[in-house]
Design a protein around this ligand. Sequence first.
Ligand SMILES: NC(=O)c1ccc[n+]([C@@H]2O[C@H](COP(=O)([O-])OP(=O)(O)OC[C@H]3O[C@@H](n4cnc5c(N)ncnc54)[C@H](OP(=O)(O)O)[C@@H]3O)[C@@H](O)[C@H]2O)c1
Length: 414
Amino acid sequence: MAALSSVPMSRVAGGPMENENGGKADRPCRLTVLGATGSIGTSTLDLVGRNAGLFDVIAVTAQTNARELASLARLHRARAAVIGDETLFAELKEALAGSGIAAMAGPAALVEAALMPADCVMASIVGAAGLKPTFAAASQGRRIALANKECLVSAGDVFTDEVARSGAELLPVDSEHSAAFQALAGADPASIEKIILTASGGPFRTWSREQLQGATPEQALKHPNWSMGAKVTIDSATLMNKGLELIEAFHLFPVGVDALDCVVHPQSIVHCLVSYKDGSVLAQMAPPDMRTPIAVALAWPRRMAAPTEKLDLTRLGSLTFEAPDEVRFPALRVAKAALRRGETAPAVLNAANEVAVAAFLGRRLKFLDIASLVEDTLELAEKQGAIRKAAGLDDILAIDTQARRLAADRLARY
Ligand SMILES: NC(=O)c1ccc[n+]([C@@H]2O[C@H](COP(=O)([O-])OP(=O)(O)OC[C@H]3O[C@@H](n4cnc5c(N)ncnc54)[C@H](OP(=O)(O)O)[C@@H]3O)[C@@H](O)[C@H]2O)c1
């Protein structure tokens, strides 16, 4: 893995914009939302609905939620609605009857949606399932509002190479990376001392290891500050999410592994701090509402209004920070090791973690064993030669499949 990000800041920061929402000055921004029924997708469409005339919705996609997808497509007058699960095509078609909106289904149709002409694509499918459609959008040189962290975690250099080749632009949607992007403001990489991501610490921040052993899915799904999809909420509880975000940051920003760090900040008001070599530290603050980083990505380089609570520091009183505990939250240690190992280790980490989180939600794995299963899978993958330089997207997808199989086999021992 290269010591410096292979994405020049200009690729991340975006080139000059024609207007505040990514469209040409005389027309609204043509926007496709991949994963429209999810937490990020619905927040994106909420902003679109509140900013009449700024956006023209091209395509919306989902996996299983055909009825909700159809109603979002109708509400936002999309040209096309795509359901990933082919067996739900008839249901989607019926729900769209008489609307004039094209109904499509299947994995290839998800890619087709991403290829439709658009000014901006919100990439908010959860998990490695988002890789192919997001790569398709990147191949067209689109502006990509990137929520799907798996593209950078699993496909890293392969994805950023595609972005560089096609001239696509990445605008981070993860709140910490949006914050870093804003605090960096195109800074000279040589002037950066550290990029410090914050973590809320999740619902188990103060729990002992013994308590963590008995943590249930219901308890883990109760995030103290953020309302998010199930997968990322569990990742926040294990702190794997922060590990995935460090990997994401490595690929987005022009710094090496040693310049990336994280700190626990239970109030989730400061999302990232950029410390410069002259001693200045720039932090971005906002109440925890994903509509803020989504609005930043949709409107960059300008700003658009978002109906979020406004920050009142006097009411908050204090902001606190503490070091993460990698003994109680071993997933963070495992993810950091995968980042340092490089090559396809983060892809294996991500695939094994998806298997582990699904098993935890299905009550087949204990909370602390999520990190153990991921670590075991990384060891097995190393022995089998699966951790190596990836040749391209197909290679990444093959490694992803292999790692899922290894993790699923290993799961039987827990
Ligand atoms: N939520 C947050 O606050 C947040 C913050 C930072 C980053 N992120 C990242 O943003 C991404 C989306 O997160 P989320 O919380 O919005 O997830 P989510 O609420 O679970 O929504 C996921 C979306 O992806 C679709 N989907 C699920 N499986 C799919 C598959 N196999 N193929 C195609 N589409 C599929 C879902 O469709 P159905 O509804 O039909 O299942 C839904 O539209 C993740 O990568 C996450 O890490 C999220």
